[in-house]
Design a binder for this molecule. Structure first.
Ligand SMILES: CC(C)(COP(=O)(O)OP(=O)(O)OC[C@H]1O[C@@H](n2cnc3c(N)ncnc32)[C@H](O)[C@@H]1OP(=O)(O)O)[C@@H](O)C(=O)NCCC(=O)NCCS
Length: 228
């Protein structure tokens, strides 16, 4: 993970199919750069109404109706100004298109914990490894930038892509709320997953220090979430 800022040139914007502004031929401002995706600040101009209203999204996020323009605007204002949350825009690196959002919610610095969320709002951008890498980058961010020890999430048991992506990123199931979600004429569990800092090394320390620490501390699973 590279946690440096990439300023966008602000001239020459064009509008995408869903109405978002994108700097012409330039990478947007991003803070965290992975191999497949990059993460930058939340932006007012993105198509949240479309991203959060598509039924392929609401099916797994749990909302049961489309979002109105007013709700989308209120959603942006609420989250952009909440300092117990950290929201990022997810960009596909190959095109620098914004494809969704990811966030830490309920950040509790006293107890060093938070909740993770993600929506890849562009259906064509799912199933390409972006969700897995985004989750990994967000865990590094939670650990490196906030010093968080525990990050949890809740996912519907029928969200197989989510379960797999989170597992690959380093989350592990720690419990279930049984039969609490109705979908497709059936009741499903909520799966509770967590990541704990003991599972990873500090991703920004020197490799030699990591090796030494692995030898002396002897943790069972010490892979960085970025090491695959
Ligand atoms: C859930 C979500 C974040 C996952 O991100 P993604 O980029 O689509 O996922 P990835 O491509 O990184 O990984 C998906 C994995 O699940 C697997 N998968 C996908 N569909 C599957 C299915 N029906 N059964 C089993 N595995 C499946 C993929 O093969 C892949 O695993 P692999 O790399 O080992 O082959 C994304 O699809 C999304 O935003 N969906 C809509 C909103 C949502 O569900 N948000 C999360 C709410 S908790």
């Amino acid at each position: 993970m590279r946690m440096d800022a990439h300023p966008a040139r602000t001239h020459g914007h064009r509008r995408t199919a869903h109405g978002s502004k994108q700097p012409e031929g330039e990478a947007p401002f991003v803070n965290i750069v992975g191999e497949l995706v990059a993460l930058g600040p939340l932006r007012r101009d993105l198509p949240y109404q479309w991203w959060y209203s598509d039924f392929s999204t609401t099916r797994t996020t749990g909302k049961s109706r489309p979002m109105t323009v007013e709700e989308a605007a209120a959603w942006y204002e609420r989250h952009a100004l909440n300092d117990r949350e950290a929201h990022f825009t997810i960009y596909e690196r190959v095109t620098w298109r914004p494809i969704g959002t990811t966030m830490l919610m309920d950040i509790d610095m006293e107890n060093r914990r938070a909740e993770f969320g993600i929506v890849i709002g562009e259906p064509a951008s799912r199933g390409k490894g972006y969700g897995t890498e985004t989750a990994r980058l967000m865990l590094d961010y939670a650990f490196t930038a906030h010093g968080l020890s525990n990050v949890m999430l809740i996912v519907n048991a029928y969200n197989l892509a989510g379960l797999r992506a989170y597992e690959k990123a380093g989350f592990r199931e720690f419990g279930r709320r049984r039969q609490c979600r109705f979908m497709g004429d059936k009741m499903w569990d909520h799966v509770y997953m967590e990541w704990h800092r003991r599972r990873v090394y500090q991703p920004c320390v020197e490799p030699s220090i990591r090796t030494r620490r692995r030898a002396t501390v002897g943790e069972r699973d010490t892979r960085s979430p970025l090491s695959g």
